[in-house]
Design a protein around this ligand. Structure first.
Ligand SMILES: [Zn+2]
Length: 183
């Protein structure tokens, strides 16, 4: 894409940095435009220009841009954090995912508990209206047989819990007054 920027006048960032002539088949030119000198400087400092050129020659042309972006990202992270590099960022995010997943699980468990309490109270009062009243309250998926699906919670709060169940694909609930909102 950006390959034309090299042949014209200015050498690519890599050749400029390495003080060499940027030839028309320069492997760096498409990915290290002269406007981004720091990108090559970082990558060269961490990985070395010859390793980068070897790596670029080993991957398919359509993957080279992604490879360079990944090298640039890793190099920048490594310069900022010489010990952990991008692993530092990854592990912070992983811990965050674990923490949020626990929080989500606890919240889902709370919701189910509240729903069950309400449902019990409700079905004691209204045994004969079981099907209709439970649907009105939005947690009456038990009427569908499984007891695990609800048609309302996932609509309102996007619970992952439920969205991974078969209810998104099956129409077994036949309760299509929620249908418009699904997609
Ligand atoms: Zn070049």
């Amino acid at each position: 894409m950006a390959s034309s920027s090299c042949y014209s006048n200015s050498p690519c960032a890599a050749c400029k940095f390495l003080r060499r002539k940027c030839l028309p088949d320069c492997v760096f030119a498409p990915y290290f435009p002269p406007e981004e000198p720091q990108k090559f400087a970082n990558v060269h400092k961490i990985f070395g220009a010859s390793n980068v050129s070897k790596l670029l020659n080993e991957v398919l042309p359509h993957q080279r841009e992604d490879a360079v972006n990944s090298l640039a990202y890793e190099a920048e992270a490594r310069l900022k954090d010489p010990v952990y590099g991008c692993v530092g960022a990854i592990s912070v995010l992983q811990r965050q995912v674990v923490r949020l997943q626990k929080e989500l699980d606890a919240t889902n468990a709370d919701l189910i508990r509240y729903a069950c309490n309400d449902f019990q109270a409700n079905s004691n009062n209204n045994n004969s209206e079981y099907g209709r009243s439970s649907r009105n309250y939005g947690y009456g998926g038990g009427g569908g047989g499984g007891g695990a699906g609800t048609s309302s919670f996932d609509q309102n709060s996007g619970l992952y819990y439920y969205s991974s169940s078969s209810q998104w694909t099956s129409d077994g609930y036949g309760d299509n007054d929620m249908g418009e909102g699904r997609m």
